[in-house]
Design a protein around this ligand. Structure first.
Ligand SMILES: Nc1ncnc2c1ncn2[C@@H]1O[C@H](COP(=O)(O)OP(=O)(O)O)[C@@H](O)[C@H]1O
Ligand SMILES: [Mg+2]
Length: 281
């Protein structure tokens, strides 16, 4: 942690050198410009090439209009939260993009007092689009060698979420758009991004279910919205349930789990039920 241009910085160990010299100037310059352009947009995403040649993905938080700020007051510390989550996920050896640094600054605003602004930076995974884009374009990993691989992808996604929950963590916005896929043989091929919405603290072994259902429900909704079917959602849930089993029976329990997710009094549950409503079980 260090102060620079009024920002409080958290830097990953391997990138400590970035706080020396002029590496971060382009990021601070943009953040400073954005601080003065309060608008409706809360975020701005940019791929940036730092002076040393490092390519990064930068997500800036922009001060919102007063009305918006009231709605999201409880999310004031999202940058700090996402930073913590990246560090926890990395410590648990879960596949996430590499966290580089984050910077938070208190910004005095005329009407609502103080607003936290800043940015979070991860290593850019170039050529690694998210699973939603790839599905829309019917590209690998969804289709390979002319064959439909949807089941395999959903299996990998289910196992990925199981490993997150087994380590007592919650993603918070587990959806196809927040999983990147790297083609080729690099391991791991799937990596999670966007850990800012995991509003819960570290989750203990007991009493965790509510938050875990939220991750399950979000992915069920993501599957439903992207035009996949209920049986695909069941494939995801089945591999979540049986991750690590030596003799997996993917179907066992998946229906019950889907019912449980859909019984939540939640607009997402209603939307999933509506979208899957016309389909046979
Ligand atoms: N490190 C990264 N490298 C390449 N692309 C990324 C990286 N992080 C995120 N993305 C892409 O940018 C999109 C938006 O980033 P994300 O952190 O999810 O922001 P938001 O909070 O706006 O959803 C993601 O859906 C993903 O496709
Ligand atoms: Mg996202």
């Amino acid at each position: 942690m260090t102060d620079r241009h009024g920002f409080r910085l958290t830097v990953a160990q391997d990138y400590a050198h970035l706080i020396e010299g002029t590496f971060l100037d382009p990021l601070f310059a943009r953040a400073a410009r954005l601080s003065t352009t309060a608008g409706r947009m809360g975020k701005l995403i940019r791929q940036v090439r730092l002076p040393g040649g490092l390519r990064v993905h930068a997500k800036y938080w922009i001060p919102r209009r007063a009305s918006h700020r009231i709605k999201t007051l409880w999310r004031r510390d999202r940058i700090a939260w996402e930073t913590k989550q990246y560090i926890r996920f990395e410590e648990a050896s879960l596949p996430v993009v590499k966290f580089v640094l984050s910077a938070v600054r208190r910004l005095p605003l005329p009407r609502l007092g103080v607003y936290l602004t800043g940015f979070i930076v991860t290593r850019s995974m170039e050529g690694a689009p998210n699973l939603l884009q790839l599905l829309r374009e019917r590209r690998a990993p969804w289709v390979a060698g002319g064959r439909d691989r949807t089941g395999h992808v959903l299996q990998a996604v289910g196992q990925m979420l199981a490993s997150v929950h087994q380590r007592g963590l919650v993603h918070g916005d587990f959806a196809l758009k927040n999983i990147l896929y790297t083609p080729g043989h690099r391991d791991p091929r799937y990596r999670m991004v966007d850990l800012a919405s995991g509003t819960q603290a570290l989750v203990s072994q007991n009493g965790t279910r509510h938050h875990q259902y939220r991750d399950l429900l979000k992915m069920a909704l993501s599957i439903a919205r992207s035009g996949l079917t209920q049986s695909h959602a069941l494939q995801f849930l089945g591999s979540y349930l049986h991750a690590g089993d030596s003799s997996p029976e993917p179907a066992r329990g998946a229906h019950d789990l889907l019912e449980l997710c859909l019984s939540a009094r939640d607009h997402r549950a209603r939307e999933v039920a509506r979208r899957f409503g016309g389909q046979a079980h």
